[in-house]
Write a protein that binds this ligand. Sequence first.
Ligand code: GLY
Ligand code: MN
Length: 462
Amino acid sequence: MFEAKTYIRRRDFLKKQVQNGLILLLGNDDSPMNYAANTYPFRQDSTFLYFFGLDTPKLAAVIDVDEKKDTLFGDDIDIEDVIWMGYLPTVQERAVAVGIKLTAPLKDLAGLLRDALAKGRPVHYLPPYRPETFLRIEALLGIKPEEAKAKASPGLTKAIAAQRSLKSDQEVAQIELALKTTFKMYVSAMHMAQPGIFEKDIAGRIDGLAIADGGLTAFPTILTKNGQILHNHSHSNKLKKGDLLVVDAGGQSPLGYAADITRTVPVGGKFASAQKEIYEIVLKAQETAIKSMKPGVRYRDIHLLTARVIAGGLKALGLMKGDVEEAVLQGAHALFFPHGLGHMLGLDVHDMENLGENFVGYDESIQRSAQFGLAYLRMAKELREGHVMTVEPGIYFIPALIDKWKKENKFLDFIAYDKLARYRNFGGIRIEDDVLITKDGHRLLGKPIPKTPAKIEEAVKI
Ligand code: GLY
Ligand code: MN
């Protein structure tokens, strides 16, 4: 974990934003796979990690804003735990390590919250996302599971989203550690992208590299020759020469920070000319987006700039037509680029998505669009120094969507449906990097991973 002073500073800052009442922050528990003792790998709640740094289950904390007191709730382990799981320092010792003086057993938490509520003091909590947390909130605060999200504190949620959005140097260093692991994952994936191998062979290897570096993957690896399925988690296909393999993966740093990279590689090491043409458009779109990233620019505007590069490139190939500006304004490009340009990155791969995208990527100055494609933007508001963003444009040929739009005669002025037949089995291409917003521009994070067609072809060659 970081030094105690980091967590003390973070909690003190939060107290100033929330101003009164109690803040209840719940750690995660182990999650059973098929019976209670057989669990998924433990993942601590990211907000709990951010303010308390303790990466084990069965912990909770209360920040008393009025009395400026932080209390860690947890139970010391007993001899049974020592026999089966090994030694763990006492709750008191672990609290001290993160700058907390007060500790109490978990059984005291409900009483403390009941007393506060009886005195009319506000108890702020965040929207839950795990089923057991909904039940815990009911047990602790008497709020029914179906109301628990709606009754979460908007003030606390907004304050934490704002605070966690601005990454400190030590957080950026953690993301770069995750990227170091991710670099190794990509070198290996590219090298392995050869005819005759299965997707699962590569996925297993690169996930193993993340585990071997001491962490987990930051999210389930996407590795597929069906890149047109945006979040395809099947790894069952055998690869053949000429397939386009989309790999969207990332490691996690020792303190839980994520990396999120995507590369698209030609199996066997040579892009076909039609593949290279589309690849070059996506690459130009991504590089144009990155170049324009700096404080004060709305990410929605950069998304739209990217969309114009994509529409312009597809027009040059004869797949789109008409006025590019107008096509993007009306949303015609979303047939090929139906998702947002990117999202914040931090302790979560989609950072703070559990707090609500509208708190993280939008503010009073910018509302979510209702237009297909634009509606999915996770981040639309102005960039600020300290934001870490993914930049991940793509071009996809999604047969079901093409058929639907064609049947509906959608955007006949902008889409050359007759030319699309040749691309029906093309798949998809996405390119993604992680970028820090600096005082007057941006910095690409991590050691560059091969990205130009020439560098990728070189990396795939055995
Ligand atoms: N890496 C998966 C995503 O950004 O959704
Ligand atoms: Mn991403």
